[in-house]
Ligand binder design. Structure first.
Ligand SMILES: O=C(O)C(=O)C[C@]1(C(=O)O)C=C[C@@H](O)C=C1
Length: 620
């Protein structure tokens, strides 16, 4: 049977023990003089088998006097036993006196717990075993020796740190930390941490260390003489060096906060792992905290939360620096970045993401910005296939894919992908493609020696180029490549959006030959993730291999007065001459319409029922 445990004093240390036993399935209750912190009232205290006394040292006497007499085992956790044990001895309670050498924010794994006095009760063994199982390092010291050791361990350490702060207070300000070494920064932060705690416990620790402190001050004065003499200094350094092992600094953080290095038993190894886990968790918290701040900068700069290139580079760097299984390491870091991104989206209130064809400055981005108004929720993909896969596997909520351009026609790769992936169309939007001639500086057109752009953009602007430019044309594979190649005597054909993004000077806007150059985009989402509603239906269908088979389908639309906006045929991939057809009709097809279609087709597959969309809310 597990003993029932009462935590008397629900401050931070009390809460630590409360959580520790609660998560291990104990019947735990908390009592505090502050009523809001209690989980039980005073009259229930006596029904518990073990009472953890988690009050400040100066309050121990009062607390013991208030606890109703019972056969409970008291557990004392105070730092200086000379102050508190007399109260416990006088109380008549059985007690276990321990000194946990860690604070409420640290992790029990590999933390020292000094057992100072035992009662011999069986509950005591259960509790100590629970600490041991959690990977704590248990050691024993009788009360007097404990206090003498604490004078060294806590008394001297606090004295040094507070002494340093005291000496530096007038001459060193926070700004000077920019010159600090890791050792100084560590000491400085430790001093700051101590000085921001309640002073009482530190006062008692110093009271316990009075004699030792004086000896120490004397030894420091002697040391000063040795430090001024090279030979004495060398001897001192070497002698001390032989007594203090070098632990290296590869795991400095862990070694510094955990004083134990002999991790040989399975419990201690588990404690080690627990301590490492806790460190990882703290670091993850810090990482996401930094992410939240980055998100605010991104909002100010209108940059997307997700930067896939940066993630890729980071992961590559990490994989180069480890011999661990790269598949796991990659997975772990992708998840870590996922966690950071989620926080970044959360802090800005973004609930959904939209995948678009990148990079920033693309026409797809321009269409997305019209819908969403911000780059923050955009997820840039390298191909339309990647967009469709992201939407299908849930790594983006929505996708924006070009389906046709008034000059170049249907985007076949998108059409094929729509047939083969579990996505559906829920909206459409259009963008007028306006090409601009942009340069790094203002210059007359005749000064331009080279024009860079994607072959398609150059082809769409040949009229302007022939009439107004005497420049060499150079093809690039993307708009960003074109921009990267610019010098003071060249120009690029880019979108206005890209020119703005890269702070280019727009020499001429709208230089494309066809003044009505429009791209139509589909908005897609995972299949079945929303209601299919709208005045336009997109569908694929197949027909039998016989004369008039296609005509029979078109006949259905004709008879019902359904206008068809688009008709395409695509290879069915089942054999030469086998085709599937894609149509867009201006109607939300009724079950009667579909029944008729079923009669004249071998199959049909609806990929979307939708309307034009002006705004897409990703914050809602
Ligand atoms: O560096 C940033 O911009 C971040 O937001 C951090 C972080 C990351 O978790 O490492 C997150 C999102 C970006 O896709 C890239 C990197």
């Amino acid at each position: 049977m597990k003993p029932g445990i009462l935590i008397y004093g629900m401050g931070r240390m009390g809460k630590f023990f409360y959580d520790f036993f609660f998560s291990r399935g104990y019947d735990v209750a908390g009592y505090d003089v502050v009523p809001e912190r209690r989980t039980i009232e005073e009259d229930k205290i006596e029904s518990y088998d073990v009472i953890f006394l988690c009050v400040p040292m100066q309050a121990v006497g009062d607390a013991i006097a208030r606890i109703p007499r019972s056969s409970a085992l008291i557990v004392d956790i105070s730092s200086i036993k000379g102050f508190v044990l007399p109260y416990l001895d006088a109380s008549g309670f059985d007690y276990l006196s321990i000194h946990p050498m860690f604070g409420p924010d640290s992790e029990i794994g590999l933390s020292n717990i000094i057992v100072v006095k035992k009662s011999g009760r069986k509950e005591e063994e259960v509790i100590l075993e629970e600490f041991r199982k959690a990977g704590a390092v248990l050691s024993e010291l009788p009360p007097e020796k404990h206090d003498a050791k604490m004078a060294e361990i806590q008394g001297l350490a606090h004295f040094l740190l507070v002494g340093m702060a005291h000496f530096l207070a007038e001459r060193f300000d926070r700004e000077d930390l920019k010159y600090a070494s890791p050792i100084f920064a560590t000491l400085y932060k430790l001093s700051s941490r101590i000085l921001n705690q309640d002073w009482r416990m530190y006062y008692y620790i110093q009271k316990n260390a009075e004699i030792l402190r004086r000896e120490f001050i004397k030894s420091l004065a002697d040391l000063d003489a040795k430090f001024s003499d090279e030979e004495k200094f060398r001897k001192l350094f070497e002698e001390l060096g032989s007594k203090f092992d070098d632990y290296g600094n590869s795991t400095l953080i862990l070694d510094a906060c955990k004083a134990t290095w002999d991790v040989s038993t399975i419990e201690l190894l588990r404690g080690y792992i627990r301590a490492v886990d806790s460190l990882i968790l703290r670091l993850l918290e810090r990482r996401t905290q930094a992410g939240r701040k980055i998100a605010l900068h991104k909002r100010d700069r209108n940059e997307p939360i997700e930067i896939a290139d940066l993630e890729e580079v980071k992961i590559k760097d990490l994989l180069l620096r480890t011999s661990l299984n790269p598949i796991y390491v990659q997975d772990i870091f992708e998840n870590i970045m996922g966690l950071t991104k989620e926080e970044e989206y959360r802090v800005l209130g973004i609930k959904k993401t939209l995948a678009v064809l990148g990079p920033a400055g693309s026409f797809s981005e321009e269409a997305a910005l019209k819908l969403v108004g911000s780059r923050l929720p955009l997820k840039y993909c390298a191909t339309t296939d990647e967009i469709i896969k992201c939407v299908e596997n849930g790594s983006a909520d929505y996708g924006l894919v070009p389906i046709e351009n008034s000059v170049n026609g249907t985007v076949i790769s998108v059409l094929d992908a729509l047939l083969n992936h579990d996505v559906e169309v829920f909206g459409e939007t259009t963008l007028e493609i306006v090409h601009c001639l942009a340069a790094r500086r203002y210059m007359p057109l005749k000064e331009i020696r080279v024009v860079y752009s994607h072959p398609q953009a150059i082809a769409q602007c040949m009229g302007f180029i022939n009439n107004y430019l005497k420049a060499e044309l150079r093809y690039t594979s993307s708009t960003s490549d074109a921009i990267a190649l610019l010098d003071d005597y060249s120009a690029a054909i880019v979108s206005e959006n890209a020119a703005k993004l890269h702070k280019l000077y727009v020499l001429r806007k709208g230089i494309q030959d066809a003044k009505a150059n429009t791209t139509r985009f589909y908005l897609i989402r995972k299949k079945g993730s929303g209601e299919m509603r709208g005045s336009i239906t997109s569908l694929f269908f197949g027909v039998e291999d016989r004369p008039g088979a296609l005509k029979d389908v078109l006949e259905v639309f004709y008879r019902k007065g359904i206008n068809m906006r688009k008709l395409e045929s695509r290879p069915a991939r089942t054999g030469l001459g086998d085709y599937v057809f894609f149509v867009e009709v201006e109607k939300d097809l009724s079950s009667e319409d579909l029944r008729e279609l079923r009669n004249v087709t071998t199959f049909y597959h609806i990929v979307g029922v939708f309307d034009r969309v002006e705004r897409l809310d990703l914050w809602g």
